[in-house]
Design a binder for this molecule. Structure first.
Ligand SMILES: Nc1ncnc2c1ncn2[C@@H]1O[C@H](COP(=O)(O)OP(=O)(O)O)[C@@H](O)[C@H]1O
Ligand SMILES: O=C(O)C1=C[C@@H](OP(=O)(O)O)[C@@H](O)[C@H](O)C1
Ligand SMILES: [Mg+2]
Length: 182
């Protein structure tokens, strides 16, 4: 019988923009042989527009509806690493659905780390503002307590993406360490 990769049917990454959900999720999926899915990429393919274009053309509320539908459609299977968008779990129904469907891991980074990663980004419409740094700070203050309701919270400051993957594997592997990724 094949060794179980993990006690988690699905591994679901949540956290603020720039914490590395997309980057780490891809690497993690490769390492453990799970399928990688990113809610933003699914939405972009479905609509045929980039995330900033969707915000511009249809507005945030419409994006949130697409995100909610995408999450429910994606999580009908297991064996998946799912990277969510940073706003997905602000909807409590989304958050409880995700917690039912897999192990929810919040990547957690300091404001300074996030700003270093996001200050040059042109693809985060939630930060389009005269003062993106302030916008980031206030969103982060509002959202962080929600992220902390994940099954696990993983600090990522000062860690490479591969180190974050190692930490996640340590969190999710089955009791007794029966993990065929090593
Ligand atoms: N552990 C890390 N160390 C350094 N840079 C990182 C790390 N994780 C992600 N990044 C960089 O930060 C930016 C945002 O990463 P991304 O994976 O898109 O985050 P998210 O999906 O959470 O918004 C990208 O430029 C990515 O290369
Ligand atoms: O935090 C948010 O509200 C958003 C985060 C983005 O995803 P990342 O967290 O992967 O950047 C993307 O879903 C959209 O721009 C909205
Ligand atoms: Mg992402």
């Amino acid at each position: 019988m094949k060794a179980r990769v993990s006690k988690c049917n699905n591994i679901i990454l949540i956290g603020f923009m720039g914490t590395g959900k997309t980057t780490v999720g891809k690497l993690l999926a490769q390492r453990i042989g799970y399928r990688f899915v990113d809610t933003d990429q699914v939405i972009e393919q479905e609509v045929g527009l980039s995330i900033p274009e969707i915000f511009l053309k249809y507005g945030e509320q419409h994006f949130r509806q697409l995100e909610k539908q995408a999450i429910r459609r994606i999580l009908t299977r297991s064996g998946m690493v799912l990277a969510t968008g940073g706003g997905a779990v602000m909807d409590p129904a989304n958050f409880s659905f995700l917690k039912e469907k897999g192990c929810v891991i919040a990547l957690d980074a300091s404001e300074n780390t996030l700003w270093e990663r996001l200050k040059a980004a042109k693809d985060r419409p939630m930060l389009f503002s005269d003062n993106p740094r302030e916008k980031m700070k206030s969103l982060l203050e509002m959202r962080r307590p929600v992220y902390y309701k994940a099954h696990f919270v993983l600090p990522v400051d000062g860690k490479s993406p591969q180190e974050v993957v190692d930490d996640i594997i340590a969190i999710i592997k089955p009791e007794g360490g029966d993990d065929h990724t090593e």
